[in-house]
Design a protein around this ligand. Structure first.
Ligand code: PEP
Ligand code: MG
Length: 575
């Protein structure tokens, strides 16, 4: 029996056939072709191009109905690239003139093309470099007879299967939403990477950071995924399988029991009312979120609307998407402005090179640098505010100048909308995410300028503890109970209280029932989380006495060692 350990990100147990996604880059060979073989080599190159065209047309014909509307044009852009002389013709000249094999000829030209994209000023155009890589990789795979699969065209074959991949970008993972995949197991990634967050929102067992999963697991082999323990197993005997099957039924029954809490108000034993909200990624998520009856949306990650497509969505498309969510909710919908960059690239590509993208041009920084990307979104959010209870939230603010620039842009947008006679809520609440340590330390300064604060523990932990959230090598350092995190969370909650503005938590910590009582003890009253976690957190709230939690929370801030702190939190959890 093979047992691989990683970080469990989606709870539950799944037993099913593995669907192993091949991936990674292709090693390109270089060899010379004698004059007599050139005709055949050119033919081989043309066949690989034809094959790529056929594969892409097949993808276009099988785009899932609920994939973002412009996914088809994304494929069309790939098809156009296949006709580009730099890709389709120049390698043929090189095969003839330099007498090299087709793979090497293509490699020479694609390297030049990638370099040209890398040198582009415009961030959005620069990000298109991965499109070139994708198309070149596909042709190379065809030349080398490597099975090449991308999620776009195979999601329909994954129903009921355990998807095993080396890595999945958030752009890939979002395509799996609403497909009945049984479980996820990924070689790379940390528990708060956006891919892990998406996997969790699928409400299926998922494990990341498994290292050798794609190497050791065979396609169609029966595997077991234990999302709670972060384990992937293969080659299990009949008895073990039966034992896991029994546990799977038990976990499912426990989940069903939670359904009884759907319409129960989230009030603690000593009468403190708590607001539970949902985190969503796509407008259609509002349907599944509604099943657990959240009191609004505390985080709508709008960046997913910008992924898997060649162009950013226009204002009208964004307006329609935001209205779709706003009109469904009686309670506030917090639309977060674009948080692209770092691991969330429009095309799912990864950046190479010495820069650290998580510390780079991301979220509000990218938006301020590219008003052409930001302004249509601001307009769309303001216009949607006339249709429902919308709030706006700015991600990754780190200093007040940045906030002033955003506010200036907002004023411009408002004047423009007034001139055009467009309706919007003049008093639309504007909040900021507290997810950079600098902002948490100075939470009082931000609180004095904003209508609400929302603690993004995922990034706050990444930046405070200096652990890249997508790097599985440092998963072991991920610790929401680190004294620095608890202090920053407390500072932010207190700053909100002092300024008399609401403080929400929308990072993964808010959806982890192990921390619910502690956070209530710190004074947190609004939690926003993946809807799949909401009922379990509600159960904890119903079981909390805030008076007792406050005493434990005060002690927690004085704890010196991690073990002492963990013991205290466990003791509080059991009160
Ligand atoms: C966070 O950082 O905690 C957060 C909620 O935002 P995201 O996970 O999208 O970065
Ligand atoms: Mg964040």
């Amino acid at each position: 029996m093979l047992v691989l350990h990683g970080a469990g990100v989606g709870k539950g147990i799944a037993i099913g056939k593995a669907f192993v996604l091949s991936g990674g880059t292709v090693t390109v060979p270089e060899y010379s072709i004698p004059e007599s073989g050139q005709k055949q080599e050119v033919e081989r190159f043309r066949n690989a191009l034809d094959e790529a065209r056929g594969q892409l047309e097949d993808i276009a014909a099988n785009i899932p109905k609920d994939a973002p509307t412009e996914s088809a044009s994304f494929i069309e852009a790939y098809l156009l690239m296949l006709k580009d002389p730099l890709i389709a013709d120049q390698p043929i000249d090189t095969i003839r003139t330099r007498k090299v094999n087709a793979e090497w000829a293509l490699q020479i030209h694609s390297a030049g093309l990638i370099k040209a994209f890398d040198a582009m000023e415009d961030e959005y155009l620069r990000s298109k470099r991965t499109d070139v890589e994708h198309i070149v990789n596909r042709i190379q795979s065809n030349l080398l007879n490597i099975r090449h699969e991308t999620l776009g065209h195979i999601t329909s074959h994954m129903e009921g299967k355990v998807v095993i991949a080396h890595d999945l970008s958030p752009a890939d993972a979002v395509l799996l939403k609403n497909h009945s995949v049984a479980a996820f197991a990924i070689d790379l990634g940390g528990p708060i990477s956006h891919t892990a967050i998406l996997a969790r929102s699928l409400n299926i067992p998922a494990v990341v950071g498994l290292h050798g999963a794609t190497r050791y697991i065979a396609h169609k082999e029966t595997v077991v995924v234990d999302g709670k323990r972060g384990v992937l197993m293969a080659g299990t005997d009949k008895l073990t399988l039966e034992a896991f099957e029994e546990r799977r039924r038990y976990v499912e029954a426990k989940q069903l029991e939670l359904q009884a809490l759907v319409h129960k108000p989230a009030v603690t034993k000593d009468g403190v009312a708590v607001t539970l909200q949902a985190n969503i990624e796509l407008p259609e998520d509002i349907g599944s979120a509604a099943k657990v009856n959240p009191q609004g949306v505390g985080l709508y990650r709008t960046e997913y609307l910008f992924m898997n497509r060649p162009q950013p969505p226009r204002e009208t498309e964004q307006y329609t998407a935001y209205c779709r969510v706003a009109k469904r909710m009686k309670n506030p919908v917090t639309i977060r402005t674009l948080d692209l960059g770092a691991d969330k690239q429009v095309d799912g590509g990864r950046r190479e090179g010495p820069t650290n993208p998580a510390l780079g041009l991301r979220a509000v920084r990218l938006c301020l640098k590219e008003p052409a990307l930001f302004t249509p979104q601001l307009r769309a959010i303001f216009r949607a505010s006339a249709q429902g209870p919308v709030k706006m939230m700015i991600p990754m603010v780190s200093n007040l100048d940045e906030l002033s620039q955003v506010m200036d842009l907002i004023e411009e947008v408002k004047s423009e909308l007034r001139r055009e006679g467009k309706q919007f809520n003049e008093n639309l609440p504007i909040g900021g995410m507290i997810e950079v340590p600098a902002a948490a330390v100075c939470a009082d300064l931000f609180a004095s300028r904003l209508d609400f604060l929302s603690i993004g523990t995922n990034d706050l932990i990444q930046y405070t503890l200096a652990i890249d959230r997508v790097d599985d090598e440092v998963n072991y350092l991920y610790d929401p109970l680190h004294p620095s995190i608890l202090r920053l969370v407390k500072t932010t909650i207190d700053a909100g209280k002092h300024a008399k503005i609401p403080v929400t938590m929308c990072g993964e910590m808010a959806g982890d029932p192990r921390f619910t009582k502690l956070l209530l003890g710190f004074g947190l009253r609004i939690f926003s989380m993946d809807p799949a976690a909401l009922l379990e957190v509600k159960k904890k709230i119903l079981d909390t006495n805030v008076g007792i939690a406050e005493k434990f929370a005060a002690k927690a801030l004085d704890c010196k060692g991690s073990q002492e702190l963990r013991d205290l939190v466990t003791a509080l959890d059991q009160t």
